[in-house]
Design a protein around this ligand. Structure first.
Ligand code: CA
Length: 510
């Protein structure tokens, strides 16, 4: 990586030098015909590159640019300084798979069953016939890639042969290149896949995966907790890989299994390779980091660095990886015309099934900041997430309170590129390009939020949550009460019935 840096810094310095000469010539009034005779010096303005940096389980209060004081995230803060920081930016849902489904498809996940948190052997839940976020970029002439976590299923059935090509997957929904792990780090199979196949697989050591019963004779976390370097707090006690119990059972593929400590550097390397290779073309990179999802087991150089346990260390690792990407873009001279979108798939969680001291070492840190709720919750802490968009060439830095949602990226870029979307596809995605780029400071008029098993509707300042558990109707004025502490149902009965019927209308749409 260092050699690569040095080489490109020199290239960049050369470019700067040459641009300087060019600037002087323009100032001194040399004829334009002279400029046009210089080959390849002035290329037509290229479409902006787009890097979508998608963090896992990062909360609204987990970044220093969003008010965290117990941890510093200077690299993410730099993106916020160069761009627009949204205070009311959302994912559709409070858990991984549904949010990622909406991001890719432009459809609310709850419109159909089966779009919940998927096991690691699930079949693909996205339609390969419909439009998708990467297909919009493909139609606009972009090179597209996903690097990182997928978690939207692979193949057309659950029982699949992990030892051959698996399709359909990310490549079939619009990514020219994919380097992923199939589901989450806490679920088997714990392998990398490049395009259609598992990498590092040896002949004669076939992988088998089962979520119902034990396969193979390797110890499980339940049978042998003494073998674990990271004990389980809840579940996560099936096959042990790298000293960590997982959800689900696997056997074989011993050399193909990753160690958790290499996840961040590996995904980063693959992301940077894609950028380097495609620096001359417009590219769309969906960089879906594993951090800060469980099991939190960062690279050795980050262990103990935050003094907040592995969760804090994973935040520092995430910030480091983000910084490497922005530095690379700087060195390649791509920063000005690259849109960076930084966000998270759902709100934060402390103990998520492993005894990693996230609670014991919290040290006063508030992962959701001032918000109520967390991952899985229908309160704001579940779906209101860090959301930053930078594009130095076009976006004026600052803060925006517009209501924006990841589900709208699809229709927004389709609108920007004038790529048509067929009727019946991406039906919940709105063209909010003006809000994402700061020209419009209002954004969405309304939006549905999805908790683990319940829905809410937001319209303007108001939020209505449908009854769940022992709760009846709930109504909050988010402007006066961002922490959703005061249920004002009794005070505003007309607002309750308005939003209740709005929610019913929206959810009955097909
Ligand atoms: Ca997540």
């Amino acid at each position: 990586m260092l050699n690569y840096r040095a080489k490109n810094s020199r290239k960049h310095a050369f470019q700067k030098f040459f641009n300087g000469i060019l600037g002087k010539m323009i100032l001194t009034g040399l004829p334009l015909s002279f400029l046009s005779s210089l080959p390849c010096l002035v290329s037509a303005q290229q479409k902006p590159n787009v890097v979508l940096i998608y963090i896992d389980d990062l909360g609204y209060g987990d970044l220093s640019c969003y008010g965290a004081t117990k941890i510093a995230t200077p690299n993410v803060d730099l993106i916020a300084k160069r761009g627009l920081k949204f205070t009311n930016g959302h994912t559709t849902s409070a858990t991984c798979t549904p949010s990622r489904y909406a991001l890719m498809s432009g459809e609310y996940p709850w419109r159909e069953k089966g779009r919940n948190i998927l096991p690691g052997d699930a079949a693909l839940i996205l339609s390969t016939n419909k439009t998708s976020l990467p297909k919009v970029f493909k139609a606009a002439g972009y090179q597209t890639a996903i690097v990182g976590k997928w978690h939207l299923g692979l193949g057309d059935k659950v029982s699949k042969d992990w030892n051959g090509d698996i399709s359909p997957g990310p490549n079939e929904i619009g990514f020219d290149y994919s380097f992923i792990f199939p589901a989450t780090a806490d679920r088997v199979p714990t392998v990398f896949m490049e395009n259609h196949s598992v990498i590092g697989l040896e002949k004669g050591d076939s992988i088998e995966v089962d979520y119902g019963k034990k396969v193979g004779d390797e110890p499980t976390g339940k049978e042998h907790p003494e073998l674990l370097k990271l004990p389980s707090s809840v579940g996560h006690n099936n096959t042990i890989v790298n000293g960590i119990g997982r959800i689900g059972y696997m056997k074989g593929g011993k050399k193909a299994r990753w160690t958790d400590e290499e996840l961040a550097p590996t995904f980063l390397t693959k992301a940077m390779q894609f950028i380097e290779k495609n620096q001359k073309k417009p590219f769309f990179l969906y960089y879906a980091l594993n951090d800060i999802h469980v099991p939190r087991m960062p690279a050795t150089m980050f262990k103990g660095k935050s003094e907040m346990g592995y969760r804090g260390d994973a935040i520092l690792e995430m910030d480091w990886a983000v910084g490497e990407i922005t530095k690379q873009l700087d060195e390649l001279g791509l920063t000005k015309n690259t849109i960076i979108i930084f966000s998270s798939d759902n709100g934060p969680v402390l103990d998520d099934g492993y005894a990693d001291e996230a609670i014991a070492k919290q040290n006063g840190h508030l992962p959701a900041g001032p918000l109520r709720g967390a991952k899985t919750s229908v309160y704001e802490g579940g779906t209101r997430v860090p959301f930053i968009v930078s594009w130095p060439e076009k976006i004026k830095p600052g803060q925006s309170d517009a209501l924006v949602n990841q589900i709208d990226l699809l229709a927004s870029f389709a609108g920007y590129f004038k790529v048509p979307i067929k009727n019946g596809e991406a039906g919940d995605s709105e063209n909010q390009f003006a809000a994402f780029t700061g020209a419009d400071r209002v954004g969405r008029k309304m939006m549905i939020e999805e908790g683990y098993n319940n829905l809410a509707v937001v319209k303007g300042n108001w939020k209505y949550i449908a009854p769940f558990g022992k709760n009846g109707d709930q109504l909050f004025d988010l402007k006066a009460d961002i922490g959703e502490k005061n249920n004002v149902v009794a005070k505003f009965p007309e607002k309750v019935s308005e939003l209740k019927s709005l929610l019913a209308t929206e959810t009955s749409k097909k």
